[in-house]
Design a protein. Sequence first.
Length: 755
Amino acid sequence: MTGNPTGLRSGPGRWVARHPLFATSIVVTGGVAMADIHIAAAAVVITLAAAAACRWIHWKTGCIWWLCASLAVAVFLIRSHARDEAGRRLLATPHGPAQAVLLKDPQGNPRHWSAPARLIGGPVPGTRVWWEGSGPVPVAGSIVAAEGVFENLPSPRNPGEFDRGAWLRRQGTAAMFRTDWKPGAVTTGKWAARGAAIRHGFRHRVTDGLDPHSESAAVIRAVVIGEPPPDADSLIAAFRNSGTLHAFSVSGLHVAMVGSIGWLFLSWLGVPRRWAVIALLPLIFGYSWITGNSAPAVRSAWMAAVFLGAFVFRRKPDLLNALGAVLLAAMLWDGRLLFQAGVQLSYGVVAAIAIGTAWASRAFSWMAKPDPFLPESIMNRGQAFLLDLRRRIAQSLAVSLAAAIGSAPLTILHFGLVTPVSILAGLVLIPLVFVLLTAALVSVALSPVLPPAARAVNQANGWVANLSVRSAEFFAAIPGGHFQTRRETRPMLIVYDLDYGAGAACFSGGKDGAVLIDCGDRQSFRQRVTPSLRSLGIEPDSAVLTHPDGNHLGGGSTVWQAFPIRQALLPVELARSPSHRQWLREAPAAGVRTLQAAETKTLAFPDDATLEVLHAPDPKAVNTLADDRVALYRLHWHGWRILFTSDAGMGTELRLLDKGLDLSADVIIAGRHRGDLTLCDRFLDAVHPMAILASNPPYPDSERIPPDAAAYWKSRGIQLVDQAVTGGVTLTIDDHGRLVITGYLTREPLVLSPR
């Protein structure tokens, strides 16, 4: 007889017998994870697991594990191959028309919006693509048609940058369709329009009566419907650094809370348990849908369905089995979900809570014990209440501890962040979120019948939202409450490769502070520069701006909300740019000391470096083109001189030459003037650089390096670091005092020796 009949009496055997679905899902997950490396690795893992089950548990268990894991791996490989093959066929498709149905509401504005879509017709119908369009923003379910071209999914071009292409690929996206930036045709059916009306109506009702642009309204929308607040990175940072970011966006926690709220309400009405479960399922799945069906929300909804279904069929519910059933179904349907950080955290935290809460409760058992000299039977109402409160706090702390320990490896892996303060922060923030969510649902229910009462509830809820933010800020500010595990300690200068001629760089002293030198445009700052710096563990505390161009100002307040900026050097006093006006007027109110280039000669930098102001434009020439108002800076860094010309043109260069200044530098970091020549002969003669590091975005054409200019620079013996080839560039000084210039994409360093 194959298998060990006594295996079920062993520890592992009993555990598997109690949680068969969870045990099976673990084996299946391991097989899919290995299949992403190599199919042979998956085969080895699956076979070993099945053999172990046959030997120590039961042969039937081993067969089930092997069959389920093999099927999940096969589905994973087939789907991955189909996606890759569809991508190749789409990239070979010439420029032309395409038609697709949008899978989610787009993000963006009429100038540029984007959303996942599924192709209708064409060479590979049914393929999932990322659609980038313009014109009136449609809604989920709309059919869009436009002229354009299929392109590769974006790949990171800067150190520490989030790999958006890999993230999209894991969701089954085969390619990107970029339209010709002309409004295409949009057809919105009856059901799509009705769904959008319900979602938008829900969004309006949860904040009706509040200033829609207020912080409290932004927090309520983030917590209740998962809408990220625009340009409010400081809010997000407070929740992230307190370890409660899952409370700031719709996750499985919120779906579970909605189920709990519904359960309490139905219990209060006296609805029998079995009927209450049937009534709760539409509420749970409806909330998941109305908030965008994020992976954690869908997982939690199905978990609730499995868990609560046990009551319907008069079975004892088991959290691990419910989690295992949903995880097993997800892996059998599409194993690519496993490689998304949000999915890993969602399943991992629930598993940690289910497995570790009993263990963690021991750490707080003292809090839940009654007074040995005061039996519970003789306690008065107040004493019984305090004991019950202590027990609830102990249970909450145990859950928080288990979740913190279980999520720590994943948060370190994906974000390089450890938040021990989350154990205490969750004790405060989770009840506040429960109250906030309850009030929002009450407001939605009251809105059709008693609009004034609904608005009053929302106004009270605004106080809860503000209290949640203040609490998150308090816990985030506790010394040692959070810290980065990844931190770049080498002094370095990072020059970012951005789109549309935007410019940004950051000089880091390692452990000695950091300075932003331009910030890119608002979008690139939020999506590229900020994630990059956080990934590297760099926190700039100062900013230097070269000229009042929106492509270099980072959106103004977005910058000091993202990082603790305390000082900023501005190029001019007056400008038409709204972002520059924010730097000039709003930055001081946010605690940022502002300096003017015209009044500054040098500025101390980290790592004993110095920034020299070579040229300050007319501070009040408001009607002059931004590219003609560039301040030129030279960085002196351990004997090396690096000249930042940004988007200055020949007109600015000639004005500097006429002053007879010493312009010599070893490296020029240059952008492009939109309507003037850049880096003229006389200027290069005066600077005499060893290398030119030049931005070279694919569009618009005015921002590209002219081929004849590149050839001419090389003919003069100047090394060209072309960011179209290298991507982002990192400059460091090695132990021999040499300047090492390394491209993110090329990895082959250019090493310059001192002259």
